[in-house]
Design a protein around this ligand. Structure first.
Ligand code: COA
Length: 158
């Protein structure tokens, strides 16, 4: 049986921190689907189309990784796509509380889908999508922190 996992998130935009988690997780599963949560209640810097484009550029060469988006529940998407696992990254203790309640909600919806957590490597632990945006807007070089496709998208949107 193929071991398929979903890596859900806003990815607004994807960062090298996300990529670090993804690359390590891609060794543990046969297939990973990066799933952009298309949440219209959340203000987004980038459209879903832009986020898809940035992620596709970032995962070129990772043959067992696909990218998709959903407006629905992550665990429902997982079930429909034959995935039994979700992947999430943990950067610091502060992430734990949120992940704990998200996991409880997901478990309530479908207890057969389990979440596997990967700890961020030290150099990536401080990165978040909104930090990237603030740094960029303040003129700080973000290129060491994000994939090239993200820098390109920021330049296009100028
Ligand atoms: N590297 C860099 N940044 C990271 C990171 C890492 N390894 N891990 C988390 N982050 C950051 C993100 O950049 C983001 O930063 P920001 O707030 O500055 O933009 C923040 O942590 C949270 O991001 P993310 O991991 O994308 O979580 P989220 O809260 O945006 O998304 C979903 C959570 C999408 C997985 C969840 O809400 C979901 O599954 N939604 C769909 C609906 C659903 O099924 N709900 C579940 C129960 S009702």
């Amino acid at each position: 049986m193929k071991r398929i996992a979903i890596y859900p998130g806003s990815f607004d935009p994807i960062t090298n921190g996300h990529l670090d988690i993804l690359k390590r997780a891609s060794k543990a599963f046969d297939e990973i689907i990066i799933l952009i949560a298309d949440n219209s209640n959340k203000h987004s810097r980038f459209s879903v189309k832009e986020r898809l484009e940035m992620i596709k550029g970032a995962v070129e060469g990772l043959n067992n990784v696909k990218v998709d988006s959903t407006k629905g529940l992550t665990v429902k998407y997982a079930k429909e796509h034959g995935a039994n696992f979700l992947i999430r990254g943990l950067r610091a203790v502060s992430d734990f509380e949120y992940e704990f309640s998200l996991n409880a909600a997901n478990e309530y919806i479908d207890h057969e889908i389990d979440t596997v957590y990967f700890m961020s490597t030290t150099g990536h632990a401080f990165i978040s999508s909104s930090y990237i945006d603030s740094l960029y807007q303040s003129g700080v070089d973000i290129s060491p922190l994000v994939p090239k496709s993200v820098v390109k998208m920021y330049e296009q949107k100028k």
